[in-house]
Design a protein around this ligand. Structure first.
Ligand SMILES: Nc1nc2c(ncn2[C@@H]2O[C@H](COP(=O)(O)OP(=O)(O)OP(=O)(O)O)[C@@H](O)[C@H]2O)c(=O)[nH]1
Ligand SMILES: [Mg+2]
Ligand SMILES: [Zn+2]
Length: 330
């Protein structure tokens, strides 16, 4: 509640008043409605959908000169304008945010105020490289990750998948094997999602929306099912969307990605984002070791002794290659 008060003060300060009654002329009468707390369900184009505290959904305009563009998961202060419409007057300070580089050098904020990143992969076709990027991004954003392997029903060689997954369990990441199609393995995952805000991320088609659909029989999903049934192809998610998790908490569905770039990470920082590398960092013979072919490389030694999976080191090196080194002039 203190945060809310702070936003209120900030807003009043911005419009240049010392408290008291706002001037209704300024926003065409919107100021006459009381300020309410809400959460951004989705933001697409000019449309921002806001959820109020009691299950209502409102199509909101955004007051100009907001410091932050509201994104899915944002907590906002808003005012009602008519039956199902409103205006957002302030975006509350974010406790966390998941960001990634978008097209045209733009930075995209995928979701705000997130407690868990649920990295979804498809059984039988694990994209471990992408999983490693998400785990590194989660560490950078200081958001706890969970690994969910969906489509476990179509895994034909479980031993191969288990071998690929073993390092993640050893690193302490919770790994869930589930099938959205058969509704199997969901209970332990439900327990982990209870009472928190979780964003579902991963490649397109791994079943993020199908999983969320197991818990939320929402109108949006019914529409998606109709599309699928009418032979118009699969319904790919195009914009992040927030859902209330039955029994407490929130789920955010997000559009699938092919690649997930790391934002604000330098090449030097990458090894520290791989938790299994951390005990070995600083022990290479050369302080500027690139962990490629240098003699006395502690990371390669850890791979040879079986302490670190070879695929993880390969993944780390690929990620280092893809981000710029620190600029010595900055
Ligand atoms: N066999 C099997 N198929 C599944 C399972 N879960 C989802 N699918 C199918 O996988 C396809 C993709 O599912 P979606 O839920 O749309 O995948 P998504 O991750 O939301 O995809 P994007 O929105 O494009 O990112 C659909 O045809 C689903 O029916 C599962 O557990 N097992
Ligand atoms: Mg989807
Ligand atoms: Zn080294």
């Amino acid at each position: 509640m203190r945060q809310v008060e702070r936003m209120r003060v900030a807003r009043v300060a911005r419009v240049g008043r010392q408290g008291g009654e706002p001037d209704p002329g300024e926003t065409g009468g919107a100021d006459s409605a009381p300020l309410e707390e809400g959460r951004v369900v989705s933001h697409f184009g000019l449309n921002v959908e806001v959820a109020d505290g009691s299950g209502g959904r409102f199509r909101c305009a955004v007051r100009e000169a907001l410091l932050e563009d509201p994104v899915c998961g944002d907590r906002v202060m808003w005012q009602r304008v008519g039956e199902d419409q409103g205006v957002i007057v302030a975006v509350c300070e974010r406790t966390s945010q998941l960001r990634r580089p978008g097209p045209y050098q733009r930075l995209l904020t995928v979701a705000a105020n997130v407690d868990r990143i649920v990295v979804v992969a498809a059984g039988g076709n694990l994209n471990a490289g992408l999983l490693d990027r998400y785990l590194a991004a989660a560490r950078k954003a200081e958001i706890a990750p969970l690994v969910v392997v969906n489509k476990w029903d179509q895994v034909t060689d479980p031993a191969a998948d288990e071998a690929e997954l073993a390092p993640y369990g050893r690193m302490g990441y919770p790994v869930f094997r589930v099938s959205a199609l058969l509704g199997q393995g969901l209970e332990p995952l439900e327990a982990a999602l209870q009472g928190v805000t979780s964003v579902f991320v991963g490649e397109s088609g791994v079943g993020k929306s199908s999983l969320i659909n197991c818990w939320i029989q929402d109108e949006v999903f019914r529409t998606a099912a109709i599309h699928a049934g009418s032979g118009q192809g699969r319904h790919a998610t195009t914009t992040a969307r927030l859902y209330r998790f039955p029994g407490g908490g929130w789920l955010i569905d997000s559009p699938g990605v092919r690649e997930f770039g790391l934002h604000g990470v330098t090449r030097e920082e990458v090894p520290g984002l791989f938790v299994d590398m951390r005990p070995h960092l600083g022990h290479c013979r050369f302080s500027d070791c690139r962990h490629l072919r240098e003699p006395g490389c502690a990371l390669r030694a850890a791979v040879e002794s079986g302490e670190v999976a070879a695929a993880r080191l390969a993944s780390m090196l690929r990620l280092m290659e893809s981000v710029a080194p620190k600029n010595p002039f900055m």
